[in-house]
Design a protein around this ligand. Structure first.
Ligand SMILES: Nc1nc2c(ncn2[C@@H]2O[C@H](COP(=O)(O)OP(=O)(O)OP(=O)(O)O)[C@@H](O)[C@H]2O)c(=O)[nH]1
Ligand SMILES: [Mg+2]
Length: 317
């Protein structure tokens, strides 16, 4: 039996050790990790993936913790990924998150993991996609991904979520313009956390007016909720809003479309892997320098090289 096959069986049974192994493989960009994710994809598609994004310090981790406790009390199994593209995965910030999330970690129906990728461009969203597949196949009903909502890779990660929550805090009201428009556009649920502080209603109003400027919100009008993550206020309403959006996706057939798109994406990745493999082998081969010379001189088409590589690959099988 292949290594990843054994791990896959463990993951399907929800064994935490197997889940941890699989996630590490994926994080390291290993081939077994890719194969694992591809194998498990057919077993995934049950979980609601909830993205949580927002500026540093608005209370995302505290919110994830409080939300997890409420979801657990409703009987859901919860998987959590804290994605941090900037710091290595033993970074202090993540350690802090881990400690704050301890309430949740103690519970058997919860799996929490901080996640980073040393991978190349686009590597993080691919790794995150793989990690989500693993947690989904492992039987978690709700998967929460926390990321700091700044750059392009975070927006990409949020696109892997069924429901994206944008978290803000009072005092940012006047800065809302500064929030990337892209972030506002990807939000399906808006949360004004730290509602125990002055200015929460002002922030709610600012978000509302920003949303009103958006071209159009055809079928789904994002709700704006106030929470106090520190003491759990607003969590029932928040879980209701998340459930409501999940229902909306189901009713409108959008969930099926989401799954279809992800499946296409999986195939695209596999095709890209084949291309990468071919080019890696070609570069190491004896004909490479001739081909480069010939293509440069115009005596051979680049396309012909591609065909030749593919032909050689087939012959070897
Ligand atoms: N007053 C108040 N403070 C809160 C609330 N929620 C979180 N905090 C505090 O805000 C600070 C930041 O909380 P985190 O949960 O770490 O915020 P974060 O968004 O995860 O931060 P990064 O991961 O660093 O981006 C902590 O000191 C929390 O205790 C709240 O509802 N009210
Ligand atoms: Mg955090």
């Amino acid at each position: 039996m292949k290594d990843w096959d054994e791990i896959a069986q463990g993951i399907l049974k929800g064994q935490k050790r197997a889940i941890a192994r699989g996630l590490t493989w994926i994080e390291q960009g290993r081939n077994d990790g890719k194969q694992l994710a591809q194998k498990l994809f057919a077993h995934a598609g049950h979980a609601q993936v909830i993205g949580i994004t927002g500026s540093p310090g608005v209370g995302k981790s505290t919110l994830v913790n409080a939300l997890t406790l409420t979801l657990r009390s409703q009987g859901f199994k919860v998987g959590i990924l804290a994605v941090d593209p900037s710091s290595p995965f033993t970074g202090g910030a993540i350690l802090g998150d881990r400690i704050r999330m301890q309430d949740s970690v103690m519970d058997a129906g919860v799996y929490m993991r901080s996640f980073a990728s040393r991978g190349h461009l686009g590597g993080l969203s691919r790794a995150t996609f793989g990690a989500l597949t693993i947690l989904d196949a492992a039987g978690f009903d709700k998967i929460l991904i926390e990321t700091v909502g700044a750059g392009q890779s975070e927006v990409e990660i949020m696109q892997l979520a069924h429901t994206t929550m944008v978290v803000l805090a009072p005092g940012m009201g006047d800065d809302i313009q500064a929030i990337k428009a892209g972030i506002l556009e990807i939000g399906q649920v808006f949360v004004v956390n730290k509602a125990d502080r002055d200015g929460a209603d002002h922030t709610v109003r600012s978000i509302r007016s920003m949303l009103a400027l958006a071209p159009e919100h055809p079928a789904w009008m994002p709700p704006i909720l106030k929470t106090v993550a520190e003491d759990g206020r607003g969590m029932e309403e928040l879980t209701e809003a998340l459930e409501h959006h999940w229902q909306h996706l189901t009713d409108k057939g959008l969930l099926d479309r989401f799954r279809w798109n992800q499946t296409e994406h999986l195939i695209e990745q596999a095709v890209a892997d084949v291309g990468e493999h071919l080019i890696r082998r070609a570069r190491a081969g004896p004909e490479w320098s001739h081909w480069v010379t010939e293509v440069g001189e115009g005596s051979r088409d680049a396309e012909h090289v591609a065909e030749e590589l593919w032909r050689q690959e087939l012959q070897e099988e």
